[in-house]
Design a protein around this ligand. Structure first.
Ligand code: MTE
Length: 321
């Protein structure tokens, strides 16, 4: 397997990880061994299911939507697919192999909360119903690295249409699977699992909000959040929650995993802004993981023409953390 080593420009874990979590990591890793052993029979079954081929492979590649042009080269696939944040499977970027343990069929997504009628949709039914397209997007992580990726999927707005939220619903809360038998990170009790993220209904309806099912003209590999994740390219990457099992419409602002773990550093809005630093590092520039070059960070990651209007009248909110 292609192993990416930590490069000189990368932020040490002590800076990129909420402090109390990184300080406790050693203790936690020791306990994780014992827990893993107790989960072994479940793991063997999960492994057999996880090894099944992805039944959606024939759907790709899909037609590219040319509206979202890039100002830079696409990042090579081999780099992107081996440099991931998916804390369920480990705390560094090298989790691609561990993530293969995740069974992605059968997979259902529950649409509930303030909707006309709650429903549970099967991922393959959803894939058949939704208009799949490819989009080239920049992705900017809060840790000050970036990449440019060809995602396949469908507009989040189409899923909102399917869910039929009530007019009283103002927010969307999204939840990742919870499966301690296959996800070693979820055996770390200090993280408030499962991974949660949220957005306003208005943000979810914005054309840029994209439900991702594929990447580089193929089904998304597990390390990227198969079989269903969201990508909101104007926000820091931690908002782009992976391997979603539940989408809830609500009138209460959802609190994400990072906000709950370290609210002083990670907030609800998390829009990219080069002028608002993270408490522990600058956001003025970012490292392109494809070229290794540093480039200036763009307000809203360069997507202001699509999203700036969403934040009119919200100037008193902490929009950039
Ligand atoms: N979703 C879940 N469930 N778990 C995670 O740890 N990490 C987030 C986001 N979604 C994460 C997640 C972060 S911090 C980033 S930068 C992106 O996923 C990384 O997406 P990628 O690995 O596809 O590049």
């Amino acid at each position: 397997m292609h192993v990416i080593r930590r490069r000189g420009w990368e932020i040490p874990e002590s800076q990129a990880t909420p402090e109390h979590i990184y300080l406790n990591r050693r203790t936690l890793l020791a306990g994780a061994g014992a827990l893993a052993a107790s989960a072994l029979p479940g793991l063997a079954h999960a492994q057999r299911v996880a090894d099944l081929p992805d039944p959606s492979v024939s759907l790709y590649p899909v037609k590219r939507n040319e509206k979202y042009a890039l100002d830079r080269e696409l990042t090579p696939e081999k780099i992107v697919t081996n440099y991931n944040n998916f804390y369920e499977f480990g705390f560094d970027k090298d989790i691609a192999r561990a993530a293969q343990a995740l069974p992605i069929r059968p997979w259902t997504v529950k649409l509930d909360g303030m909707v006309e009628k709650e429903m549970t949709v099967d991922i393959d039914d959803l894939l058949r119903r939704m208009p799949l397209e490819e989009r080239l997007y920049r992705m900017r992580c809060v840790e000050a690295w970036s990449m440019a990726v060809p995602w396949s999927g469908f507009p989040m707005a189409k899923l909102v249409e399917l869910a039929k939220p009530l007019s009283s619903a103002k927010y969307v809360r999204m939840e990742t699977f919870l499966n301690r038998a296959v996800a070693p990170g979820q055996r770390m009790p200090l993280y408030p699992w499962p991974y949660i993220e949220g957005m306003t209904v208005a943000e979810a309806m914005n054309d840029l909000a994209f439900m991702v099912t594929g990447i580089y003209g193929k089904p998304a590999p597990k390390q990227h959040g198969a079989p269903l994740r969201i990508v909101m390219p104007w926000k820091y990457g931690f908002k782009s929650i992976k391997s979603i099992v539940r989408i809830t419409f609500t009138d209460k602002r959802p609190v994400g995993l990072w906000e709950e773990a370290q609210g002083r550093e990670y907030g609800f809005w998390a829009n990219v802004n080069p002028k608002v630093d993270h408490p522990r590092w600058s956001q003025a520039t970012e490292e392109d993981i494809g070229t290794g070059q540093r480039r200036p960070t763009l307000l809203f990651n360069g997507y202001g023409e699509f999203v700036a209007d969403l934040y009119k009248g919200l100037e008193n909110e902490p929009l950039y953390m």
